[in-house]
Design a protein around this ligand. Structure first.
Ligand code: PLP
Length: 394
């Protein structure tokens, strides 16, 4: 039995996720691994299911933004290496050690405090694995200083409770046509790596590429890439979509079913603010989805949906839980399937189209779809799993 009662759901094609990993496997040098980035609940696709599928398809590790996200994956039984890319407060180190989760560090004082805290534990625990983060031009977390980097490397290499597992940086503009910034970041990263080798350190796992850099500069893959948006079949920017260096398969669709149909006998206004007036003869269909699901209110009177393989307009304001459509041709009935994001017949509403309409990037669109929407997982077209936070089912 499906563990939800609602007629609105996200469908995730696990075969697409697998195909995208395989595409990158072919695109990258043989020695370069794939770390699948499943933060933000797998960019809205479901971290556990996306992570498992990525690993099955050839990824060798997973990354998330925060320790709580990593714990979800471990507790779901995922045994692969897990890296937290963001900041971890020092009072959470014991959890990271207990669940064998790799952390990111970028400040010598944090590394020293982590060493001191774990060295005091009795009995001594297994070492906590650390990736050092260097800021080569992103301007957020990460050290910009070679002396700080050397101090952290020294502390890690002489600690019995910490282990130096990796070093990485993150690119700010790898998706843009102009490669000046990404090139300068890569040069800076190489300088930092050279400073370490010149000081006699053996480099641990080295990584710098996000999806965009992995697409354009596979030769910068080093030991692994961190594959986020393109794992889910999306291009990091319209520019890279146009270039088609790799062919990706989008994994997510947002679907719903009509909950009410009205044919206007006389003019009536639709939704809050009465911003749309249906003319006599017009057919108005209500959908059980709204901005409280992460379906943006900015789509009011602007967005589209697919019904019976045709594009239909969203009319009036998107409400908290409901949205209305104008059905221009053909019949509409309660229970008809409507695609909000995805493909029906020859028509498609891509996440790129919705992002452009909303003045944002495609990353944000699936991330907005929240805990109220059940996820349905398909493989070989068959439903193989569900997740629904409201029903406590991950
Ligand atoms: C540090 C880090 N690495 C990798 C990624 C994955 O990037 P993308 O989704 O562009 O592949 C992110 C995502 O924001 C990130 O913050």
């Amino acid at each position: 039995m499906k563990p939800f009662c609602r007629d609105t759901w996200v469908e995730v094609d696990l075969d697409a996720i697998r195909a995208n990993v395989e595409t990158f496997r072919r695109h990258l040098p043989r020695q370069t691994g794939i770390m699948a980035v499943v933060k933000a609940d797998g960019y809205g696709h479901g971290a556990v299911q996306a992570g498992r599928e990525a690993l099955a398809g050839g990824a060798d590790s997973l990354a998330v933004a925060m320790l709580d996200e990593a714990l979800v994956l471990r507790k779901a039984g995922i045994e692969a290496p897990l890296l937290v890319l963001g900041y971890t407060p020092l009072d959470s180190l014991a959890e990271a050690v207990r669940w064998d989760i790799q952390l990111t560090a970028y400040h010598p004082e944090w590394v020293q405090s982590a060493h001191a805290q774990l060295a005091e534990r009795k009995p001594a625990s297994k070492p906590l694995e650390i990736h050092l983060k260097v800021d080569t031009g992103m301007g957020r977390i990460g050290t910009q200083s070679i002396p700080e980097l050397l101090a952290m490397a020294d502390r890690l290499n002489t600690s019995a409770v910490l282990r130096w597992k990796g070093i990485f940086t993150h690119f700010a503009c790898a998706d843009e046509e102009d490669t000046t910034h990404v090139q300068s970041q890569h040069d800076c990263f190489q300088e930092m790596l050279q400073a370490l080798t010149a000081a006699g350190y053996e480099l641990p796992q080295v990584h710098c590429c996000n999806s965009a850099a992995a697409i354009r500069f596979p030769e910068w893959g080093y030991d692994t890439i961190r594959l986020g948006i393109s794992l889910y079949g999306l291009y990091p920017s319209p520019y890279l979509k146009e270039r088609q260096d790799v062919s990706l398969v989008p994994a997510l669709q947002l679907k719903t079913r009509i909950s009410h149909v009205k044919r206007a006998a006389k003019p009536f206004t639709v939704s809050y603010g009465a911003t749309y007036t249906a003319s006599p003869g017009e057919v108005v269909a209500s959908l059980p989805i709204g901005y409280a699901d992460g379906f943006s209110r900015s789509l009011s009177n602007r967005g589209f949906a697919l019904h019976n393989g045709r594009r239909v307009a969203i009319i009036g304001r998107v409400c908290m839980d409901q949205t209305m459509l104008r059905i221009d041709e053909g019949n509409a009935s309660v229970g008809d399937e409507v695609i909000l994001y995805g493909r029906q017949g020859e028509e498609e509403i891509s996440l790129d189209e919705v992002a452009a309409l909303l003045g944002t990037i495609n990353y944000e669109i699936p991330c907005m779809l929240n805990y109220r929407i059940p996820r349905v997982y398909r493989k070989n077209r068959e439903i193989v799993d569900y997740a629904h936070a409201l029903a406590g089912k991950r």
